[in-house]
Design a protein around this ligand. Structure first.
Ligand code: HEM
Ligand SMILES: [Cu+2]
Length: 484
């Protein structure tokens, strides 16, 4: 082995160890947060007793924790694959994990010690108006935790953007803008992983900076209540950040589909002009679509709300369509042999695609005025997050664990996750269409049937995830060279 090879293989080992650390964190936190979710569902079903005050702490921790590890899981997928094409720093990747763990500790302390229960969206001025349930310090620890996590992601996206610029010459080139508009041959365009990582960098850097602004303003308000700012402006900033961050988790995780399915089908993922155009449009739209969270705010200018509605119909669609179509054509008649990893990433595309339908419905003003604040909302976002984004991440985990890891149980894990998860989200959607409100700790007797069906589905989904995650954790005993 020459010196250069030795350095190269050592850096691959460090990098793989870092990806494994990310996924181990994601797996463990995902299970814990699923258990918090199950606790809420069982409480709504009146199968267990949970004090309402505690319910809202649990809801806040579940929301923040899930959004956080969705980001972390997406980052693991993105970094693992994008470093095949551009130079990236392992130190910064690890730093992001450290920032994440510090932020998560602050957030958990804020909730379970400080009692913070203002929901993950920390909507101003709620953090400063606890009605005596939590202190300013509790709310501050929560928001400081989010800031710390944001700093980590900012560093990571900037480093990847630097790597992309160093190889492709600019972010426009990383996104394939010239290919999208026919100014350069399709075959010279960036690989899908690079286009997706460019989109993630552009959107999340802007979103995180906006989030930091409103977090800092809110922190000042906590300790100097005479310092106030416009609540509607604050809501705009928060949803700009929140919408972007959670959407980008999917755009990062989808790289697993682009990279893993071709391994199974022995066919490269086809990129063409439409593919690049879809990513360019999605980059523009993810940043302008957030007003669908404000459709019921009558003080918002109507023009912005109408634009928000129209962009909601359009924004998810381009990348979703090229990905769903690409996945189908990649798989069709390829003779692919299905296993748990291939099944999960494929499920991810389907869960994402199906979840967008009720989401688009809810982004339509006349529908929103009825469905807003009902369980229709957790119904649609759990579909594309649990059965979409997380399925892609679990697929990546299962793929990295490799076939050597005990695999006879893996298909059972996939089926439990799919069947349980589907039952769970359908229970939310059905309850939503019967106008059951979301974010209610205590439910009326007429709603219990939905809650109980949802609880059973959730339990099965947790069991499925447990199998897949334990299998991944067991695989960590094998040396890194064995991982793909
Ligand atoms: C077995 C898995 C899961 C269960 C049982 C579960 C359960 C729940 C429940 C009961 C709620 C409150 C619903 C209500 O408003 O009445 C909720 C809210 C939420 N969940 Fe989940 N969930 C699961 C997975 C996930 C995943 C995978 C994600 C994201 C990646 C997620 C993100 C959220 C968010 C953001 C909220 C909103 C919290 C809020 O309203 O502030 N959940 N979940
Ligand atoms: Cu949104």
């Amino acid at each position: 082995m020459t010196g250069i090879e030795a350095v190269g293989s050592r850096s691959r080992i460090n990098a793989t160890a870092a990806v494994r650390a990310y996924l181990a964190t994601c797996g463990i936190v995902l299970l814990l947060m699923m258990l918090l979710g199950l606790t809420m569902r069982l409480a709504q079903a009146q199968w267990i007793d949970v004090e309402p005050n505690l319910f809202y702490v649990v809801m806040t921790m579940h929301g923040a924790g899930m959004v956080g590890i969705a980001g972390l899981g997406g980052a693991a997928v993105m970094w693992h694959f994008v470093r095949r094409y551009v130079p990236v720093s392992t130190a910064i990747f690890v730093a992001n994990l450290v920032f994440f763990l510090i932020g998560a500790a602050l957030i958990l302390g804020a909730g379970f010690i400080g009692g913070f229960a203002g929901a993950w969206t920390f909507l101003y001025p709620l953090p400063g108006h606890s009605g005596g349930l939590w202190s300013a310090n509790g709310a501050a620890a929560y928001m400081a935790g989010l800031l710390v996590i944001g700093v980590g992601f900012l560093l990571l996206h900037l480093d990847i953007a630097r790597g992309i610029i160093s190889i492709y010459g600019g972010l426009g080139a990383g996104l394939g803008v010239k290919q999208a508009f026919g100014f350069a041959p399709e075959k010279d365009g960036p690989p899908p992983a690079v286009a997706a990582a460019t989109m993630a960098a552009i959107s999340n850097v802007i979103g995180i900076v906006v989030g930091a602004v409103v977090l800092i303003l809110s922190l000042v308000n906590l300790y100097a209540p005479s310092f106030t700012f416009n609540t509607l402006a604050a809501k705009n900033l928060i949803y700009y950040f929140g919408h972007t961050f959670i959407n980008v988790t999917i755009y990062m995780a989808v790289i697993a589909v682009y990279e893993i399915l071709p391994v199974y089908t022995h066919r490269a993922w086809k990129t063409n002009r439409v593919f690049y155009l879809a990513w360019v449009l999605s980059t523009l739209m993810v940043l302008t679509v957030y007003p669908h969270h404000l459709l019921m705010d009558f003080a918002m200018p109507t023009s912005i709300l109408v634009a928000g509605q129209i962009i909601s119909w359009l924004s998810g669609l381009p990348v979703l369509l090229v990905t769903a179509f690409g996945a189908l054509t990649n798989v069709y008649r390829s003779g692919l042999k299905w296993d748990a990893a291939a099944g999960l990433v494929f499920m991810g595309v389907a869960g994402w695609a199906i979840g967008i339908i009720p989401a688009v419905a809810d982004g339509t003003i006349p529908v929103n005025s009825v469905m807003h604040n009902t369980q229709w909302v957790p119904g649609h976002f759990h579909t594309y997050l649990l059965l979409g984004m997380m399925a892609m991440m679990l697929g990546f985990m299962t793929y990295l664990a490799g076939p050597k890891s005990p695999s006879h149980l893996a298909p059972a894990g996939v089926w439990l996750y799919l069947i349980g998860g589907t039952t769970f989200v359908l229970a939310f959607l059905a309850a939503g269409s019967a106008s059951v409100p979301r974010r209610y700790a205590v439910h009326l007797p007429a709603w219990l049937a939905y809650d109980r069906a949802g609880s059973i589905g959730a339990s099965l989904a947790v069991a499925g995830a447990l199998i897949l995650i334990v299998r991944f954790l067991v695989s960590l005993r094998s040396p890194i060279d064995a991982t793909p």
